[in-house]
Design a protein around this ligand. Structure first.
Ligand SMILES: [Zn+2]
Length: 243
């Protein structure tokens, strides 16, 4: 006698940045195990590959997850996670009142994640006639940058100081008067030379843009277990949604 085939439910969502509609199913038990191993892995790029591979297996159609902006992939991960193990995740968060700092266990409602962005355009005007177009790197490029930065024990964005490694991946076009120079027209090295020639004021404009990039956020409102104050807090970045 053969065992029955298990019907897996399917869901749909629209990825908030690219506006692409995807159909997905929950993680299966075997995948859940792989996922835990990938999340605990030390090797950033391998973990990203493994997570993308699992997400791709759960997604129908030919959506190329690798080329999507990172917040979309994070959003999809949350959606599939919600469909697989439920809408909540528990986190210990510290009270923001001075003299309290008590840790409170907060139940996060993952279904309420949203994308926040301060940018209306992806063009930054450096000076009259000279602009650059910035496009968010995908997860692989981000993982590569993070790995490099970890090796150099630097920090990616520190105040208004932005690492050139990050910038190099963000710039997709340089627009000089009527001339549009795309990323295929110049090498990483040429771009580094261009970046080193920027004024601090220009770098500041780019930093502001990068700070306003779309990101996955979860707005929280909870009561501290010790001082009873209501605390409003914004969690940003998927790694901060799971305790
Ligand atoms: Zn408190």
């Amino acid at each position: 006698m053969s065992l029955p085939k298990i019907e897996v439910p399917r869901y749909k969502c629209v990825l908030p940045v690219s506006q692409i509609e995807v159909s997905y199913r929950p993680f299966l038990v075997g995948e859940q195990k792989t996922l835990l191993v990938a999340q605990e892995g030390d090797d950033n790029q391998n973990s990203v590959s493994e997570i993308i591979r699992l997400l791709q297996a759960c997604t129908e159609g030919d959506v190329d997850l690798i080329s999507l902006p990172a917040p979309d992939v994070e959003y999809l991960f949350i959606k599939i996670r919600v469909a697989s193990v439920g809408e909540t995740s528990k986190m210990q968060l510290s009270c923001n009142q001075e003299d309290c700092n008590e840790m409170t266990v907060v139940e996060l409602e993952l279904d309420k994640v949203e994308i926040e962005s301060d940018n209306n355009s992806n063009i930054v005007e450096l000076t009259e006639g000279l602009s650059i177009e910035l496009s968010p790197p995908n997860l692989f490029e981000l993982a590569k940058i993070e790995e490099k930065v970890q090796q150099n024990s630097g920090i990616i964005v520190r105040g208004s100081e932005v690492s050139f490694q990050v910038l190099n991946k963000y710039i997709s076009k340089v627009i000089n008067e009527d001339e549009i120079i795309t990323r295929d027209d110049f090498s990483d090295e040429e771009l580094d030379v261009f970046l080193e020639g920027l004024t601090l004021d220009m770098l500041d404009k780019i930093s502001k843009y990068l700070e306003g990039q779309p990101k996955l956020v979860l707005n929280l409102n909870y009561q501290c277990s010790k001082c009873d104050k209501m605390i409003e807090q914004k969690l940003s970045g998927i790694q901060n949604f799971f305790g």
